[in-house]
Design a protein around this ligand. Structure first.
Ligand SMILES: *[C@@H]1O[C@H](CO)[C@@H](O)[C@H](O)[C@H]1NC(C)=O
Ligand SMILES: *[C@@H]1O[C@H](CO)[C@@H](O)[C@H](O)[C@H]1NC(C)=O
Length: 867
């Protein structure tokens, strides 16, 4: 896992090795190791599974039957040593409308009959029973009713063809422990039993994993190997029928079409089978490439925010539990980490925010999850749904490539009916709780680490729920900091003081006031949409424009937390942070009012919007402003605050192009008792700290990384991720650093800047960006350091633009070693210090900041979008 460091880094590396501009020798070495370890399984030719036990019997047949997949079924004569039967009734037909010659003959039993197979190896075995009600003049096989048991398991109870003249395949997966494995046919009184063909075949040991994970109550579930399974459905989503000839384990995969609830919501997608790769530990034994090469995804709803599920319905017996194996392979994404989705089973969250790139570090790689559905969650059959997550990053899509539905044997080892082989009756309820809940199993241990996955599984749902609450952006740097808790608690106990302006909570707005300001929350006034609710532009009393962020009333977050946040936010006043003006909590509303930033996001001035280009100096000043804002967040409050989503759309510009960091504003109390903040990965792709991404541990250095991307964006005037570009260019951080390492970063800068940047300024700036983008947080500078470097770059640029000579520029390099000298009098370091710090309360900067927030025309635009 040492590599997934940079999202977007890996797939390019393995698929387009030659295109990287001279990676360093060490990264090359790492790459090779990775390629080796990740693809050893898929690059070596896959050898088909050779089963140790392989009994194929064409019952009642006189001659060998070769089925379409090439396997040969033996005749009655060749297999008579396996059968113990009192009668000997064989029937056969010359021709019938059947897919395979094995159906042309049958063995009929009017008394109990037993096939016994001497197994060479204990363990998992496929048992396949083939039925076809051959027309014959002795018995009506369409109505013949019988049971089929093994030594231990009931496979069929009072089974009949139900007047159906189709071929029927019953497939079981049994963990056989006895050396003599028997299958007994028991006709009902005055009826007969029959069988056309039998398969008893060794299955791979690791086909069923013993460990699973329960959803509710959360916990590990182990013991799946103690159960027997019957295949109920095996589907190739969005693809063709896969017959036994195309599956090395002779499995059949049906198209899913007849199970889709609304076909117009689903879209089939497929790629060449050869694109599908198996990660280490997986082979086509799990499912053939053909299964992974096709999928069903969400249909294009022609809307920005498609919000629906694709649903499959299955008939299922509610007296049993089921093991669902969901096969996934991201054949739809162009870049890593662009696809997140949820999977629901019977209306319950089964997989939350599945991020295949994160699990696999590559696209088009095979992956699966096992879900155990307890009988108590069964009511009206089985429903499997996929749909978009609430995450705002990536493409709003969801996929499913394959699905296997296996029925799980009950407490008396029956797969059909409530009685066991010995006549014992299934206890209702208790048997169900043994196979409890919904869970997953089978991660590729070597690949990701089962332990880590289990932990993640448990953690995620909670984290993800939070993220959708009113806030969650701002996390204290030191999660365990007690002062933060104290302030929270004290808020609760002094709630009556809450409205007191002496607490400095900003202005209190009545709901009516904000209704008026936003024309009753007119949909035309919406300037941003997020998971927590909408952002409206509004005009308050004196004509001041504001941004009004209205929490969704359904938000899980309570009012108390909301108030806590306001208190925290209100303490954050800085010239380079978008200010909170006030709030409203009337009628359980949760509304925040911010200053409005008339020039919108920095990004819009860099590309995409055809706005007049910013000069290099302007860009430097904006970056410096943003760096100041972030530096203040990191160091300016007792607990320190991590922004978590630094990007050019979160740097807003006021009417004088002063940069202000936005969306830091909605705080969340972090999990306690950890040095870092451990949290579900949150942020915007292309900006995401690889270390955070990998370890889900957030530090202030995660913001520094993102800021490094911002610096490149300002220089190159292109998005952090641009899927439309050739693969090696998609991720700006990777692309930029490749050129930086070669000392040629100036080759990819914004063409509009060419010739206007002082090379020394450029050099300093590029170094700052490179340091921010260091792989490991510890190697990255603090925001304070970054700030100084940028100011230095600005000084160099100013000297250059003022037409100063080369000599003087050089001398300023020497001087610049001392940060104090570089600082301009108006931008003294003190403006980065906490305003709440007692010593700083009267600093000029504090006053400037307060003044500013009190007067400036406000409201934050833009990219509240996607929250
Ligand atoms: C299945 O295998 C046959 C024979 O190898 C091949 O011709 C056919 O294209 C395969 N079908 C699929 C769906 O892969
Ligand atoms: C998708 O299905 C789940 C479970 O049935 C449900 O909770 C969720 O609201 C659905 N999502 C959409 C967008 O309909």
């Amino acid at each position: 896992m040492e590599i997934g460091k940079k999202p977007g880094n890996f797939p390019r590396s393995n698929l387009f090795l030659s295109s990287s501009p001279s990676p360093s020798p060490s990264s090359m070495a790492i790459l090779l190791v990775l390629i080796y370890s990740f693809f050893s399984a898929s690059t070596t030719a896959f050898s088909p599974f050779v089963p140790q036990d392989n009994f194929l019997i064409d019952s009642g047949a006189d001659k060998l039957a070769t089925v379409p997949d090439g396997r040969v079924f033996k005749t009655e004569e060749q297999t008579k040593q396996f059968l113990e039967a009192k009668d000997e009734i064989k029937v056969s037909v010359k021709k019938a409308n059947v897919p395979s010659p094995i159906y042309l003959s049958a063995r009929i039993f009017v008394q109990e009959a037993t096939y016994s197979f001497p197994l060479s190896r204990p363990g998992w075995h496929w048992v396949r029973l083939h039925f076809y009600p051959l027309k014959n003049d002795q018995f009506d096989l369409m109505t013949a009713t019988f049971s089929v048991n093994t030594n231990k398991y009931v496979l069929l109870h009072s089974f009949n063809m139900n007047n159906n003249s189709k071929t029927v395949l019953k497939e079981y997966l049994l963990n056989v422990t006895e050396p003599q494995f028997s299958i007994k046919f028991v006709p009902m009184k005055n009826s007969a039993a029959f069988i056309n063909a039998i398969e008893v075949i060794s299955a791979p040991d690791n086909l069923i994993n013993d460990v699973a994970n329960e959803l509710s109550p959360a916990g590990d579930f182990s013991g799946l190997s103690k159960y027997a399974y019957q295949t109920m459905y095996r589907l190739n989503m969005g693809g063709p029928l896969i017959t036994s000839e195309n599956d090395t384990l002779a499995r059949t995969w049906q198209p899913d079409k007849s199970f889709i609830k609304s076909t117009n919501l689903a879209k089939r997608v497929s790629v060449a089978t050869s694109t599908v790769k198996y990660p280490d530990g997986l082979t086509p034994l799990i499912a053939p490439q053909t299964v992974y090469a096709s999928a069903v995804e969400m249909a294009d709803a022609q809307v920005d925010q498609p919000n629906f599920n694709v649903t499959w319905n299955f008939e299922a017996n509610p007296a049993f539990g089921y093991l669902l194996r969901l096969h996934f392979c991201d054949i739809v994404s162009k870049v890593l980490n662009d696809l997140y989705f949820n999977v629901y089973v019977n209306g319950k969250m089964a997989i939350s925010d599945l991020d295949l790139s994160h699990e696999l570090n590559g696209l088009a790689m095979a992956y699966y999850k096992d879900i155990v559905v307890n009988a108590s969650f069964m009511s009206n059959g089985l429903t499997v749904q996929i749909g978009p997550t609430k995450l705002d990053s990536g493409d709003r899509n969801a996929i499913l490539n394959g699905l296997e539905v296996l029925k799980i044997s009950n407490s008396v080892n029956s797969l059909d009916g409530e009685f066991g082989v010995d006549g014992s009756k299934a206890s209702t309820g208790s048997s169900r709780s043994t196979v409890a809940a919904v869970g997953f199993a089978m991660m590729f241990g070597a690949f990701v680490g089962l332990g880590a996955m289990v932990i993640k599984w448990h953690k995620r749902p909670q984290d993800w729920q939070k993220r959708n609450s009113f806030s969650s952006w701002l996390l204290p740097l030191h999660a365990g900091d007690s002062s933060f808790m104290t302030s929270k608690n004290s808020l609760g106990s002094h709630k009556s003081n809450f409205y007191s302006s002496t607490l400095g909570l900003g202005r209190y707005f009545s709901f009516a006031e904000l209704q008026e300001a936003t024309k009753n929350f007119d949909s035309n006034a919406v300037i941003g949409v997020g998971g927590f609710g909408n952002v409206y532009i509004g005009v308050i009393d004196d004509g001041t424009q504001v941004a009004v962020k209205r929490g969704n009333p359904q938000s899980e977050q309570g009012l108390t937390e909301f108030q806590t946040e306001i208190q925290m936010l209100s303490k954050l006043r800085h010239r380079h942070l978008v200010s909170l003006i006030g709030y409203c909590d009337e009628n359980s509303e949760m509304i925040l009012v911010y200053e409005y930033m008339s020039n919108g996001p920095f990004r819009d001035h860099l590309y995409g919007k055809n706005l007049p280009p910013l000069t290099w100096k302007q860009r430097l000043e904006i970056c410096i402003g943003a760096a100041r804002g972030l530096h203040y967040l990191h160091t300016g409050t007792a607990q320190g605050i991590i922004h978590r989503d630094v990007k050019t759309t979160n740097i807003l510009l006021d009417e004088t192009f002063t940069a202000k960091v936005s969306d830091f504003g909605l705080s969340k109390d972090a999990p306690m008792g950890q040095g870092h903040v451990s949290t579900a990965v949150k942020g915007s792709f292309g900006y995401l700290d690889p270390e955070y991404f990998r370890r889900q541990q957030l530090t202030d250095k995660s913001d520094v990384y993102s800021f490094g991307v911002v610096l490149l964006e300002a220089l190159c005037a292109r998005p952090a991720i641009n899927p439309a570009l050739p693969r090696e260019q998609v991720n700006l951080a990777d692309w930029g650093m490749q050129w930086k390492r070669k000392g040629l970063l100036d080759k990819i800068i914004d063409p509009l800047l060419v010739g206007s940047i002082n090379p020394e300024s450029m050099k300093k700036y590029a170094e700052a960006s490179e340091k921010c983008l260091a792989e490991h947080g510890v190697d990255r500078p603090t925001m304070g350091d970054v700030l100084w470097n940028l100011e230095y770059a600005l000084q160099l640029q100013e000297a250059f633009s003022q037409g100063k000579g080369d000599d003087e520029t050089k001398s300023s390099v020497a001087v610049a070693a001392s940060p104090e000298i570089l600082a301009s009098p108006t931008d003294s370091p003190s403006d980065c210090r906490p305003v709440s710090h007692p010593d700083q309360n009267n600093s000029p900067q504090k006053q400037a900041a307060d003044e500013h927030s009190g007067t400036a025309m406000f409201a934050q635009f833009a990219n509240l979008n996607g929250r």
